[in-house]
Design a protein around this ligand. Structure first.
Ligand code: RUB
Length: 284
């Protein structure tokens, strides 16, 4: 398998996961292809790459930007402009979110978001002692990646099954979630279970913060975006279910703005509808 097809396969099989990692690796892969072949990949290859994860506007926005600008300029410079921009944005988001973490508190997260992890690490570097509760995120257990990252950085973490979310949420000071897509109507797409957690938190007056790079914004409304929410293979949930059992394996869901206290992007901390309106005016 050549390098580009391996990249496509790694994204499809979630060896590379999380919206921002997927976008970065897609860009790096195109950059490597250009260096190796002296030309940009064909439209067909790019289409194949973008089709790997239909719920990822960040990959789509960034790859389209790269392809457009690299055609007329130096691909290496376009790539480092994008990566530098992402790094800068991530730092701002982490610092804003870390400001919401207080020493001695317990915070909740679901799935594995590099943006959320960075915020926790930022707070830790600021000298705050706090702990995290997180859920395993069936069927692919991305929650374990979160628990591993936190433990490796000496942040105490209590990890439980998804159905323990309500119990683990008790006494948490806030919920921090990542995002795959910020929709123009203020809804947010993230891993299945995210709205369940957000709704539980809302009912308990626990604030819910979404941490996301603004490249995840799409002008689509949630209704238009619905068909892009990835449905993955039933076998991830149950390899050989008995006859008569239909397995549902929706990988993502929308979080309604009424459950979201704020969306934190590099632009700042906004309520999710206002943030979406600002991004719609400014974005590509
Ligand atoms: C990962 C997921 C993450 C977002 C944000 O889903 O839902 O919360 O992608 O991640 P999957 P990040 O494992 O199916 O890709 O903040 O790293 O962009």
């Amino acid at each position: 398998m050549n390098d580009f097809n391996k990249l496509i396969d790694d994204i499809k099989t979630l060896k590379i996961q999380g919206a921002e990692n997927v976008a970065r690796e897609a860009l790096n892969g195109i950059g490597r292809y250009e260096k190796e072949h002296g030309k940009l990949p064909s439209k067909l290859l790019v289409k194949k790459l973008l089709a790997t994860r239909s719920t990822e506007p960040m990959m789509r926005n960034a790859v389209r930007y790269f392809m457009e600008h690299a055609k007329h300029g130096d691909p290496g410079k376009v790539l480092s402009y994008l990566m530098h921009g992402f790094d800068e944005a991530d730092g701002k988001i982490a610092s804003y979110a870390a400001g919401l973490i207080t020493a001695g508190g317990t915070y909740f997260t679901h799935c594995h978001s590099s943006t959320v992890i960075e915020a926790f690490l930022w707070a830790r570097k600021d000298g705050k002692q706090f702990s995290v509760h997180n859920t395993e995120t069936r069927p692919l257990y991305q929650g374990r990646l979160t628990a591993e990252d936190l433990a490796a950085n000496n942040i105490p973490v209590v990890h439980g099954v998804d159905s323990a979310a309500r119990v683990l949420l008790k006494d948490c000071k806030a919920v921090f979630l990542g995002a795959d897509a910020l929709l123009s109507d203020g809804k947010v797409a993230n891993k299945i279970g995210s709205e369940m957690v957000a709704e539980l938190a809302f009912e308990r007056d626990i604030p819910v913060y979404i941490l996301a790079n603004s490249w995840k914004f799409t002008k689509a409304t949630s209704e238009e975006f619905q068909k892009r929410l990835e449905k993955r293979s039933a076998s991830e949930v149950w390899e050989r279910p008995p006859k008569g059992v239909e397995v549902m394996n929706n990988a993502f869901e929308f979080i309604d703005p009424r459950f979201i206290t704020a969306v934190i992007t590099e632009q700042g901390i906004r309520d999710s509808r206002t943030g979406a309106q600002e991004l719609a005016k400014r974005h590509l």
